[in-house]
Design a protein around this ligand. Structure first.
Ligand SMILES: Cc1ncc(COP(=O)(O)O)c(C=O)c1O
Length: 358
């Protein structure tokens, strides 16, 4: 039976497989901040309520200007979206009947949004899963005929980082042969930002950088993302996007989140120590682990042919992992786990111990 193509919404998963939902379920299948959203958002909530009855600013002000300042880019180089997912759909709309390169295993929405817009997709698989090593020669060859190369950095589902140098090499090559790059930095917030390419926007007109605010700031239900790109691309998207596509609550909440750097720093510290402990545990179980800088990682059991059995064993025992059956190159032999609360990670370890009869 086919497994769902995304993490999250675990109740549907139990229903689909007719597995009774355990009393307590730990959802480690999605990648939203385990510590929720900033307290400041909760405190300010009553002040937001009046926004319900008014139309939001059509260009998501004052958030757009605030973000532009923070990122050190011009306001004209920035567009806010109703989640990065919305911007991905409209960005893909620029490539109807044109070729776009994607490198698996990576976020499944690239392929689905591009296919929906009639783009022709050129697909490669990374040379190494654990480090997401790009097949540079193949990519460069295809860039001659392609309109865009999509890269996810850090990559979902592996969490691995592509260095800024590699991306710059591809940008220079792309500039020569007429190929754009979309770098999706939805999880870059979890790093020290040194490999982010937003600062290269001024130098390379063939670069677009996507960011999501839903992961770090725990606001997946509110929907907020943005794209940094050339004025030309930003205007193309603006012409196609619906009016008032970013809601007024998202604008206000986004502002508060951006101001709360303490929340971001503490989230990174907390996740890092939880991740280190989990990595040590998985190493002891002789698992192979991806080199992740994000708030999730992928692991492979030493008996990888039993991955599906283990996945269902976890489900029955109240631990939801993300399968990789729809990730080309992983072919179900890996599992992704989100770094969640200490209790959730402990529960996962307990279930894995039981699986191994300990
Ligand atoms: C790599 C990547 N990009 C973009 C998105 C979409 O993010 P948003 O919640 O902002 O729509 C996701 C969501 O899972 C993602 O994993």
């Amino acid at each position: 039976m086919q497994l769902p193509s995304h993490g999250a919404n675990y109740k549907t998963l139990y229903q689909r497989f007719q597995i009774p939902i355990p009393e307590k379920v730990y959802d480690l299948s999605e990648n939203v901040n385990a510590f929720g959203f900033p307290q400041k958002v909760k405190d300010a909530w009553p002040q937001f309520i009046h926004h319900i009855s008014t139309y939001p600013h059509p260009e998501a002000e004052p958030l757009r200007t605030m973000l532009a300042k923070k990122l050190n880019v011009q306001r004209e180089n920035l567009i806010i979206g109703n989640g990065a997912a919305e911007l991905l759909t409209f960005f893909a709309g620029r490539f109807t009947n044109r070729q776009v390169i994607i490198v698996h295993p990576t976020f499944s929405e690239y392929k689905s949004t591009l296919e929906a817009q009639g783009a022709k997709i050129i697909e490669y698989v990374a040379h190494e899963i654990t480090t997401y090593k790009l097949p540079m020669n193949q990519i460069k060859k295809s860039m001659h005929d392609a309109s865009c190369l999509y890269l996810c950095n850090p990559n979902n589902p592996t969490g691995s980082l592509i260095s800024k140098d590699i991306i710059e090499e591809l940008l220079i090559y792309g500039r020569e042969v007429g190929c754009e790059l979309l770098v999706d930095e939805a999880f870059m917030d979890w790093t020290d930002e040194s490999e982010s390419v937003i600062s290269l926007i001024k130098q390379y007109s063939n670069l677009s950088v996507m960011r999501s605010m839903t992961k770090m700031y725990g606001i997946a239900g509110i929907r907020l993302g943005y794209l940094v790109s050339s004025e030309n691309v930003i205007n193309q998207l603006r012409e196609k996007l619906p009016h008032w596509h970013v809601n007024a609550l998202a604008i206000e909440i986004g502002r508060l989140c951006l101001e709360d750097d303490k929340f971001r720093k503490e989230s990174i510290e907390n996740h890092q120590s939880l991740k280190r402990n989990l990595e040590n545990y998985l190493h002891k179980q002789q698992c192979i682990i991806t080199k992740s800088v994000a708030n999730f990682l992928c692991f492979q059991l030493k008996e990888s042919q039993k991955t599906r059995d283990f996945y269902f064993y976890c489900l029955r025992n109240g631990v939801v992992l993300r399968h990789t059956e729809n990730f080309v190159g992983m072919d179900g032999k890996w599992l992704r786990i989100g770094i969640k609360s200490e209790k959730a990670i402990e529960k996962f370890q307990q279930v894995m111990d039981e699986w191994y009869g300990k």
